[in-house]
Design a protein around this ligand. Structure first.
Ligand code: NCD
Length: 301
């Protein structure tokens, strides 16, 4: 039995296989005609202890489009958690009913711990500021499809708390140069970026760490801009100031892409949406295909 708890759980072969299935699914004739029964008879359970729109919907729709059924628990107040049940017991119980569990939880490490009590595969749908392996997979697929996995990727926003960035870094490995955009730190609150360095797993001479004002001048060099939201709920120290406007997008290469795991706040203005570089809603759609690929790969025998 395989769990997907960290992006490290995917080998390069796994990624190739999942991408091959996802690509096959998204190519005509429409997948819902000829793939609709791949997971017929399976039931996927989603346990969301933290808010979600895209991850839950795209996972659930992916399962439904493959013919699986879905049962969801996204209101902790209506579950036995409200009666004091431990996550371990919830997982021991729910894994009796379903063929796979998809879990999101605010506490880093909690999903991996919970997986020890599961009798079915567990997919981590985001655990605190730690990891978000399926988002990383869809981010990589988006880069692979729209750009190719090479060149320079710039990361902006809440580098301290984002879980999508460390997961994506693990999948990108040495294939892309990274530019990390730091906010100017308040003197009394040093920000720790060690998790990003360790996710990178190696030191690259050509990786760069820059402040927000310098980053603006580097935009014309970037192939992929990967933006993230300020995670106020995780205790962000001082707000990052980098804001993508239409005028700034136009300083980027014609064939550069602007990605964002979403949701966005005011770091990415709606006026950018019409720019051909803005691919974040396409990224959402590709995410559904990737999750279909992942579920097939994990569960279709
Ligand atoms: C991200 C997440 O939940 O980590 N969103 C997502 O899953 N698409 C990013 C975020 O919450 O800011």
């Amino acid at each position: 039995m395989r769990h997907i708890l960290t992006a490290r759980n995917f080998t390069p072969d796994d990624i190739n296989n999942i991408f091959r299935i996802a690509k096959d699914i998204e190519s005509p004739p429409p997948f819902f005609v000829h793939k609709a029964d791949r997971l017929a008879g399976k039931v996927i359970g989603t346990l969301f202890f933290e808010p979600s729109t895209r991850t839950r919907w795209s996972t659930e729709v992916a399962a439904l489009r493959l013919g699986a059924k879905v049962v969801t628990m996204d209101n902790v107040g209506n579950s036995s958690t409200a009666k004091g049940e431990s996550l371990a017991d919830t997982v021991r119980t729910c894994s009796q009913y379903v063929d796979a569990l998809v879990i999101r939880h605010p506490q880093a490490g909690s999903v991996a711990e919970a997986a020890q009590y599961s009798s079915v595969p567990v997919i981590n749908a985001g655990d605190g500021s730690n990891e978000h392996p399926t988002q990383a997979l869809l981010d990589l697929y988006t880069i692979w499809k729209l750009k190719d996995i090479q060149g320079t990727i710039m990361f902006t926003g809440d580098l301290e708390h984002s879980r999508t960035i460390p997961s994506l870094l693990q999948l990108i490995g040495a294939q892309m140069q990274a530019i990390f955009v730091k906010k100017r730190e308040a003197w009394d609150v040093p920000v720790n970026y060690d998790h990003l360095s360790s996710a990178r797993g190696f030191t690259r001479d050509f990786d760069r760490w820059v402040f927000e004002d310098e980053a603006i001048n580097l935009l014309p060099e970037v192939d992929v801009l990967y933006m993230t939201r300020h995670q106020a709920e995780r205790g962000l120290h001082g707000a990052p100031k980098f804001q993508m406007t239409k005028a700034l997008a136009e300083t980027m290469r014609q064939d550069a892409i602007i990605m964002h795991p979403l949701p966005r706040n005011n770091e990415l203005l709606e006026e950018v949406d019409d720019d051909p570089r803005a691919v974040y809603f396409q990224q959402v759609k590709l995410g559904m295909y990737v999750r279909m690929g992942l579920l097939c790969w994990l569960l279709h025998k």
